[in-house]
Each structure stands twice: as C-alpha cells, then as structure tokens.
Design a protein. Sequence first.
Length: 488
Amino acid sequence: MIRNYDKLIFELSKEGRMGYSLPKNEFEGYCMCCGIPAHLKRETTPELPQVTEFDVVRHYTNLSNKNFGVDTGFYPLGSCTMKYNPRINEEMAAHPAFTQLHPDAPTECAQGALEVYYNLAASLSELSGLSAFTLNPYAGAHGELTGLMIMRKYHMLRGDHKRTKVIVPDSAHGTNPASAAVCGLQIVEVKSTAKGTVDVEALKPLLDDTVAGIMMTNPNTLGIFETEIPEIAKLVHECGGLLYYDGANLNAVLGKCRPGDMGFDIMHINLHKTFSTPHGGGGPGDGPVGVRAGLEHLLPNPQVKKNEQGIFYLTTDEESAGCVSGFLGNFAVIVRAYTYILTLGRENVKMVGPLAVLNANYVKESLKNEYYLPIEGVCKHEFVFDGLADKSTGVTTLDIAKRLLDYGYHAPTIYFPLLFHQSIMIEPTETESKETLDEFIAVMKKVAQEAAETPDVVKAAPYNTPVRRLDETTAARFPKTTYKQMKG
Ligand SMILES: *Cc1c(COP(=O)(O)O)cnc(C)c1O
C-alpha cells in the first residue's frame, strides 16, 4: 500500500489547505494576508501544492530516508572513492569562524582561513612529492583543465607552439580526454597491453615534437599499478613533453609512493575522494593541482603565500596559466580534507594505501569464482570484473547492479572502464571493516547463485526500491520538479 507521505508533495495538495499563515499587515500599501507590499504582489496566485506543515515535514523526512548515502550503507563505487567522512570534519567545516567569513574579506581578516589553505597545500606537496599546490579548482575535471592549461602555458612561454597533442591511455577516466578537448588540445589514444597497463611499444611511435604531454592515472582505472612509469617518463621528457598524473583516487598509493618521485610534472587530487568529503550528484568537490619545482609560477592566480613574519598574503603572477575560480576553491571541502589529514597524522596516513589495497584484494579474491576477472594478479584500491563467470543465463551487469539495491547496497560502477563489455568496478576503500566486506561478498555470491538458478528474478530487479527500473537518461535530463510539469 502506498502511504500518504510516500506520494509526491503535489499529490497531497488539497484546495484551500494551508501550512502557514502570516500575521495580518494592516499598514497601508501592503497586502492584508501576506504582508507583501501591494505593488510587488503577483496578479495571479502561483500554482503551488496546498498542504499542511505536517505533510511537508513528513514528506521531506521520508524522502531523505530514501536517499542512499555512505552514511546509510556500503558504497563500493569504483573510481569514485566513497569512504567514511569522520564527523569531526563536518564540525570543523561548519565552524562559524569559517562559515561566516566573507569571501571578499581583506587578507588581514582572513589569516586563519589562509593558514588552513597554505598548510593543506603544503601537506599535499609532501604527500605527492611535488613543489607547490593550488587548491582553487572546484573538482577533479576542473583540476585536469587547470593542469593542462599549465602544460600549454609552459610550452607557449618557451615559444614551442607546435605542441598541441595530449596522449591519453584507452583506460583513462572519461574526464581526461574531455578536459584536453576543452583546453583546445588534440587527443591521441595509446593502447593498453593485455595486462592492462600502458603499452610502451605503442607509445613510442606517438612521441614527437607535437606532443604537449601524456595524462596517466596510476594505479589506472583498472586498479593496476603502471610499472613502466620510469621508462614512460624518460621517453616523454626526451621528446619535450610533460607528464600529467590523474590523482583523483590517490588513496591506493598514499604513504607508499609519490607521483613527484615517479617523474610526474603536474597532477591533480580529488579532495572529495582521497581526503574523505562525500560527494554525489556532482558535488561538492575540490581538485587541487600540484606542480614540480620550476613550474610554480604557472599555477593559477591568486596564490597563497607566507612571509617571514608568518603573515599570509595573496599574489598574482603574470606568467600564470590564468584564473580558474572566483575565490580560493571550495573552502568547506578544504577544511574537511585538512582535518582528515591532521586527525590521521603522519603515521596513520601511511596506512591508507596498504589498507585500501588489502580490502580490494580481499573482495576480488573472494568473488573471482562467481564473477569473471579479466586481469589476474594483485590490484591496488579497486578492480574490475567483466560480468558473471557464467553468462549463459543472459544476466547482465545492469541486472546485478539492480539486484544489489534490493539487498541494501549501492551498486558498484558499471560499464566503466570501456575496455570490457560487462565491467563491474568495485572499490571498497580503506575505511570499511572486514565484517562489512564479508557481508557484501556473501550478497554478491547470492546474486550470482540467483542468476544461475532463477535468472528472471535478477533480470526484473529491483523490487524493494521506491521505484523500479527507470529510463535513467530521461529521469536525469528531464526531471519533473514543478507542480505545473506534474499536471501537464
Ligand atoms: C572522479 C575522477 C575524475 C573526475 O573528478 P570530478 O571531481 O568528478 O570532476 C577524474 N579522474 C578519475 C580517475 C576519477 O576517478
């Protein structure tokens, strides 16, 4: 049975019902019933649902409970790193000293906030082995664009205008070629080997004096560590290009190795993945960009600096790649990331990578009889199955993802990377307990068993969600959000 408060708020509307009334305004020139100045009042009443306050409270509270989040259940979304966000992060981010600071406040009134920015940038430099960071970009993709603008500016300032190509591996996250295109660069794809790593032999013929650089993700989107990086770095640098590191999910290597030491020149990090801020539906995020020594002046304006007296100030550099954001990044995300690093401390940050890798390998090895593992061997923080081991019943990756919703799990990333037809990409993260992983493994095995014994049950899933299978594109592109659209 559909409960009243499971309905859409529009459906609860009853002519003349009211949730709230304002005191009568008896002054001249104002509307008696709502107090709005008469000349500002609409001529016709807007079409809004007419409901009681109680209806509204129940409606939105129940709606919030239908939302799946990392606080409600396991979220094994590969390539997205949905990890636990300690509550102290939220407390710090909500501190009035930060939330009530005006973005245009003069720097002498914003010293504390600038110190947080400066110290986080310094921590990221140390963790990644790069010389300097900007925290200004608002997301991973925005960081990629910023990094590529730096790459382009670097070549331009040397008068090397021919370099318009960026090499991107076929396993790359979709934002890599998209950012390169937005930056006005041409994309050249390099193939992966059967082991899932960049094919050095395929790379060699692509390297010439038109190459601006290469974008790499390590571990790559298959969760595999790129072992040929020293060779790749040598080849790309010899041809005059730069190496860009997509460090969206840096948790696999945190505390173990550093992109700067591998030979990378520019990188971005997703604070909203590696450093805990949960994200969904496009935000909130922050995508700091780091550069090796010698490229610092190309970072976007403004930059946060500290003088000898310990005073923080902003600088702009004429040679900078530009300005990429209105203010100094997504500040609340910066506060959360800084809090996260401080609460872990130097010792525990080193455990992030090993635990992320252990958890991923534990899940992978436990499920590889039921699900087809196209690339064997030790993975890093995530791994990819190519559908079920037994595909004879026609149960697809989409069916498996839908069935997991019935069991209270967020679906893994599906149909990405594009290297396989039935990709299921799983990232447990370092913050889950063995018990949670064991439960997930048991459910994944159960779904595989159902697929073999009662495939039609899996093909028609989900059953327990508020809505069943949707046309997801239409639902996302053309949501009906107003009373008028509902009625029309
Ligand atoms: C998430 C991700 C990105 C893009 O980050 P956004 O913040 O979503 O723009 C880029 N590369 C990789 C490998 C990612 O996982």
